[in-house]
Design a protein around this ligand. Structure first.
Ligand code: ADP
Ligand code: ASP
Ligand code: MG
Length: 407
């Protein structure tokens, strides 16, 4: 019997009526003869609210306690979803990550999934139940509750789909698919019918929050077809699939904005082997993700300036870590610039088309946007810009690559 994993995001279960609607979708699949596993996020803006509450109590809440707090949101919605299915006369059971055996590492607030046991879920499915799993949460080997990072219910869903060998993982959300840009920021954006895992992974990592990037990593690794679609309609959304030959015809598939970044600059670091290692090793010990590292030689070669970007939320911790290290090593000064954003263009077509960077920089120049840093990979070009220029840059690139003209 085929199995489907359906994930409902916070905006799709924000009210009792929406929970009933999600429940009806699950029941419909069940009645069509499929085994159904649903993954549910916290209702509406619950997670934001819980984080705000934590900050009202404490400036820097312990990460373990933050996870203990925020994961409660998903426990509420799975129970309500199970009740909605019961109310409609069908059998369902809600399960937390601990009950499922979804084991992560111990990196609180951004834990990574290590393993998932299919045993309990399969037992419940065999008993004819719809299984409802809490998104976003895990349990570490010591039994501590962990959270997988903002937006990570998608990752729970795709990882479950991989383990259960699902036919498809459906991501139900408040837009009807993946667009060429965030439709809230670029009203001319178009829905993309099919996109490759590689492109979607880059879009997601670079700011398209519609699917969590680590979910796409699981999708790629285990070749799970992912269907991103609206929870309000039955229309077909976006299929995330392996790359097919024609996909390279389109140069740029989408553009993204990562608004909340900070740039950390460490000046006058002695130019000798091992220092970059010491800096980034120390940052890694704090589970902080760094990006866009640049090193410039200064003072006739005797010193280097090193700078890199981090999530805005990690900026003060990163600065503190770097300042401590700088004073221990008696080197450099540390400066944090918390007013930067990153704008990117993504497309597998870049591999086979020339002049893409020139076209991008021309559009930014015409829009009067100053570029503070450029980074590239095979299918991405990104620039760091002032935060106030971010949306203008995004729109300029969307139209420069004619994404507003549609497929
Ligand atoms: P959910 O609660 O369903 O997880 P999210 O807010 O996490 O919903 O993701 C959906 C939102 O992602 C949309 O409302 C949209 O504003 C935003 N988004 C950003 N980039 C894109 C994109 N390229 N295509 C579609 N939506 C996008
Ligand atoms: N509720 C969590 C969040 O808001 C997880 C998710 O929605 O995917 O980040
Ligand atoms: Mg989301």
């Amino acid at each position: 019997m085929s199995l489907v994993v359906q994930k409902f995001g916070g905006t799709s279960v924000a009210t009792a009526e929406q929970i009933h609607r999600a429940a009806r979708r699950a029941i419909r699949e069940k009645l069509a003869g499929r085994r159904v596993v649903t993954v549910v996020s916290a209702m509406g803006d619950t997670t934001d609210r819980l984080i705000r509450l934590a900050r009202e109590i404490c400036d820097a809440p312990p990460r373990r306690e933050l996870d203990m707090l925020v994961t409660t949101g998903e426990q509420v919605s799975i129970a309500l979803m199970a009740m909605a299915i019961h109310a409609a006369g069908h059998e369902a059971i809600s399960l937390t990550a601990a009950q499922v055996g979804l084991v992560t590492d111990s990196a609180h607030t951004k834990a990574r999934i290590h393993s998932i046991s299919a045993e309990r879920i399969n037992r419940e499915l065999d008993a004819g139940r719809i299984v409802i799993v809490a998104g976003f949460q895990g349990i570490d080997p010591a039994g501590e509750i962990t959270a997988l990072g903002r937006g990570a219910s998608d990752t729970t869903a795709v990882a479950l789909a991989a383990v259960l060998d699902a036919e498809v993982c459906e991501i139900y959300t408040d837009v009807d698919g993946v667009y060429t840009a965030d439709p809230r920021l670029v009203p001319e954006a178009h829905k993309i019918d099919r996109i490759s895992y590689d492109e979607m992974l880059e879009l997601a990592s670079l700011g398209a929050v519609v699917v969590h990037s680590r979910g796409i990593e699981f999708g790629t690794k285990y070749q799970v077809p992912i269907h991103v679609r609206s929870s309000m309609t039955d229309s077909k959304g976006t299929m995330i699939v392996p790359e097919t030959p024609g996909m390279e015809d389109i140069v740029v598939r989408g553009v993204t904005l990562r608004r909340d970044l900070a740039r950390i600059l460490i000046n006058n670091v002695p130019n000798r082997p091992g220092l970059a290692f010491e800096i980034f090793d120390r940052i890694a010990q704090h589970h902080i993700v760094v990006d866009d590292i640049i090193q410039n030689v200064v003072n006739g070669g005797s010193e280097v300036d090193i700078d890199f970007t981090v999530e805005l939320d990690d900026a003060s911790e990163t600065k503190a870590v770097c300042e401590k290290l700088a004073s221990e090593m008696n080197v450099g000064t540390v400066v944090a610039d918390d007013q930067v954003s990153k704008v990117s263009i993504v497309g597998v077509g870049m591999r086979s088309h020339t002049g893409v960077a020139a076209r991008m920089f021309r559009a930014l120049a015409a829009a009067g946007v100053n570029i503070e840093n450029i980074s590239t990979s095979e299918i991405v070009i990104s620039v760091i810009v002032r935060r106030e220029d971010g949306e203008k840059a995004l729109r300029a690139l969307h139209s420069a690559f004619e994404l507003d003209k549609g497929p």
